[in-house]
Write a protein that binds this ligand. Structure first.
Ligand code: BG6
Length: 471
């Protein structure tokens, strides 16, 4: 018999978005240009310029979040609203906007969980080399984070440094982040090292200089357990490699201040020469997180790879459908799992496994900052969406999360992706994730009105019962 534990009192039931995917107003009130503003996803998909127009509707939207019962809201700050050029001159209108937004959340007793950087790097920084320009980026990122702590730290108690550093590193290699722009593994891993240093510096600064704010700070990678395709020892080893390359390479160095040895050995074998400088060890040693936030969509399954370090094409793959590291592992389909219409496998039990592994590895509290299902949807005659598939998806994941709590995993907060429909990072507006429908199409803006989906009322009930209705 397995007796389920209840969720702790004060558990933060929330939902998630990111600035560039929800706000719109991409050139309003002094905002500068970011890399995502320039991303061209082709004619088929909309750009991010209008998105869900949350920028102008945030008061009404937050009111709906409050009706949903949200106890937390995980969102990101647009770097170029605060610093249009990434560094240098501050844009007061950006500060005012986020002050108002945060005050609105406080008014409804919704805990702000703020991502400092969610993919939207200022273009002015990218032009100067972006994350490959170590000096520039260490300075710009710490300066930007400091500005956020100074202006919002009295009300924001949970900070997330970088959203999905691991995915950013991988999709840049595949050429998916900015379509057509494929970076070499050498460049991607070097950029990632600079991000790791920047993150550690920001964590250290927050702990030292903003101690009196009594908040917490952590990373927000996308963590997914790798399964071996078979019990063949070669495949089990491949899964071990995959867990390092996709997960532990990023979290070990963040939590322990030291790189995973298997990752270091891979760099050597693959002739990837990371520019480790004197003093890096000390930076990494002194900037350790208070918790780990992570995004979870699915597990992934791998088999042994041919011993060949030449980088492959990875055509057709994305952040969830797979990723190969030549010589280390090759992604394969898991025949035991169903997938959504975009090929993302659905694995609630894998969610429990991932939570257990992550918690046992570091013994740090965890927070879920994304989890959800993207679907093409339309309003029906009753002005709603009967999204039973989404309810099923969440029901199954929440049951496994409750089992993980019973297993002893310390979880602070759950923030599904997304609170409200927004622009998918790769498939425009047609791939919807929200509890709230936004009445626009890919290219027809219609009236942008908000409608609650069936899952809205279902999640409202879950929150009312502190999750304990799921059994
Ligand atoms: C995560 C990102 O990788 O997955 C989000 O943090 C993204 O920004 C989400 O939207 C879902 O991916 P997609 O491509 O379906 O939008």
């Amino acid at each position: 018999m397995f007796k389920l534990e209840n969720y702790p009192k004060g558990f933060l039931w929330g939902a998630s978005t990111s600035a560039f995917q929800v706000e719109g107003a991409s050139n309003k009130d002094g905002k500068g240009v970011s890399v995502v503003d320039l991303a061209n996803h082709g004619k088929e998909y909309c750009d991010f310029s209008i998105a869900s127009d949350f920028y102008h509707n945030y008061k009404e939207d937050i009111k709906l979040f409050s009706q949903l019962g949200m106890k937390s809201y995980r969102f990101s700050i647009s770097w170029t609203r605060i610093y249009p050029q990434g560094n240098g001159e501050i844009n007061q209108k950006g500060i005012d906007y986020y002050n108002d937004l945060i005050n609105e959340l406080v008014k409804y007793k919704i805990e702000p969980i703020v991502t400092i950087y969610h993919f939207d790097l200022p273009w002015a920084l990218e032009e100067q080399g972006g994350w490959a320009n170590r000096k520039l980026m260490l300075e710009a990122f710490t300066n930007y984070a400091k500005t956020l702590f100074e202006n919002f730290g009295d009300r924001v108690k949970y900070w997330l440094t970088i959203n999905e550093q691991n995915i950013l590193t991988m999709v840049n290699m595949i050429g998916l982040f900015v379509p057509g722009v494929k970076k070499s593994p050498q460049l991607c891993y070097q950029e990632s090292h600079v991000m790791t240093l920047a993150q550690a510096l920001v964590i250290k600064m927050y702990h030292k200089d903003f101690k009196n704010q009594k908040g917490k700070i952590g990373p927000a990678p996308n963590i997914a357990m790798a399964y071996p395709a078979s019990a063949k020892p070669e495949d089990v080893l491949a899964a071990s490699n995959a867990n390092v390359m996709r997960n532990w390479m990023y979290t070990d160095v963040c939590v322990n201040g030291k790189y995973n040895p298997i990752a270091l050995s891979y760099f050597k074998q693959a002739n990837i020469d990371i520019d480790f400088q004197t003093g890096d060890d000390e930076i990494l040693e002194n900037g350790k997180p208070d918790f780990i936030a992570f995004n979870y969509y699915s597990t992934f399954t791998v088999k042994a790879a041919e011993p060949n370090f030449e980088y492959q094409k990875n055509n057709g793959l994305d952040q969830q459908t797979g990723f190969d590291v030549p010589g280390m592992f090759v992604s394969v389909k898991n025949e035991n799992l169903k997938a959504n219409e975009y090929g993302w496998e659905i694995d609630p039990i894998g969610f429990r496994t991932t939570l257990r592994e992550l918690y046992s590895r570091y013994l740090l509290p965890v927070m879920i900052t994304e989890n959800g299902i993207g679907v093409r949807e339309e309003l029906n005659q009753n002005n709603t969406v009967e999204d039973d598939y989404r309810i099923d998806y969440y029901k199954n994941h929440l049951l496994e999360m409750r089992k993980a709590i019973t297993d002893g995993v310390e979880i602070i907060s759950y923030n599904p992706w997304t609170a409200i429909d927004l622009v998918s990072s790769h498939q425009g507006f047609q791939k919807r994730y929200g509890f709230i429908y936004v009445n626009r199409d890919e290219h027809d803006l219609k009236d942008m009105k908000r409608y609650c989906k069936k899952s809205f009322y279902w999640y409202q009930d879950v929150i009312k019962n502190n999750g304990n209705s799921i059994k």
